[in-house]
Design a binder for this molecule. Structure first.
Ligand code: NDP
Length: 263
């Protein structure tokens, strides 16, 4: 029996166990997926091995610590320094990032997006912004702490703190902050956010399973918006493929993971 887990703080809200266990159960794959509440990201590697895990997903706020914990990082994760999926390959931790592909899948329904404002500058923002820039999208970043913006400036994004923000028109505004996850906070001061939403065509939140204060405000302005559920599903399918190492068919993973959202 293989054991997989999601590491995070908070982690109780995570739907990942439901999604991955749905795949394992229906396809008779001998594995189980659980939650691990990890407060200290530097303990990720020792915790992973102490639980004899075959693989893991990493959520807020440990994705950058996960990059550091890996013995080898592959693909897009290597470029962005942010890992959300770890696979145990013969005792070595191999890191991947499936968040950016998951998000690009989720926003397909909005059509062609040419410029985006990203709220937040954490691990998820790094992965998304790097992918947006690769796709030729113009990216602005707004974060509470200005000292987290260096990475984004280097990528070529326009970067702002709350004090020096210069408003433009956006096709899409994305909340990648964890504001709204376990509290009723907005990702930036309400006056600022109202102006942003008044100048945005679409809004998306990475947080899923609840209507966050960010989404409530977007909805009150009749802006087409969505939460992070489709992103979660798409990144989960990709992560599951990596964890089972081609032992299951992608169509089957997709089918049973999608079904877990109907529960
Ligand atoms: P990080 O901890 O790496 O980054 C958090 C960011 O949120 C930082 O920019 C931080 O700002 C900002 N922030 C936190 N609290 C507040 C607040 N009260 N007001 C304003 N800004 C705040 O987290 P991640 O990037 O890993 O995750 C971010 C969110 O995205 C989480 O809610 C997570 O659940 C969600 N997520 C969803 C996914 C999905 O599949 N749907 C996939 C990945 C993430 P500062 O720099 O000032 O501290």
């Amino acid at each position: 029996m293989k054991l997989f887990a999601i590491f995070g703080d908070p982690v109780a809200h995570s739907r990942s166990p439901l999604m991955h266990n749905s795949v394992f159960k229906h396809l008779n794959y001998k594995a189980c997926y659980t939650r691990v509440h990890l407060t200290d990201g530097s303990k990720l590697k020792e915790t992973f091995f102490s639980l004899s895990l075959s693989g893991a997903n990493i959520t807020v706020p440990h994705k950058e610590a996960a990059y550091e914990a890996c013995d080898e990082v592959r693909g897009f994760a290597k470029k962005v320094g942010v890992v959300n999926t770890i696979v145990n390959e013969n005792g070595k931790l191999i890191g991947y990032n499936t968040d950016a592909d998951g998000f690009m899948f989720a926003i397909k329904e909005f059509g062609a997006i040419k410029n985006i404002l990203v709220l937040g500058a954490g691990g998820t923002a790094k992965a998304l912004c790097a992918r947006f820039m690769e796709d030729g999208i113009k990216v602005s970043v707004l974060n509470r702490s200005q000292n987290k913006l260096a990475y984004f400036k280097e990528l070529g994004c326009e970067c702002f703190g709350w004090e020096d923000f210069e408003l433009k028109k956006y096709d899409l505004v994305v909340n990648t902050t964890s504001a709204g996850l376990k509290d009723e906070e907005l990702p930036c001061p309400s006056g600022l956010l109202e102006n942003i939403l008044d100048n945005s065509s679409f809004a998306a939140d990475a947080i899923y399973g609840k209507v966050t204060p960010f989404l409530k405000l977007a909805n009150s302005k009749s802006i087409t918006s969505k939460d992070g559920a489709d992103m979660l599903l798409a990144q989960g399918i990709l992560a599951n493929e990596l964890m089972v190492k081609n032992e299951l068919k992608t169509e089957d993973i997709k089918n049973y993971m999608s079904k877990s959202f109907e529960l």
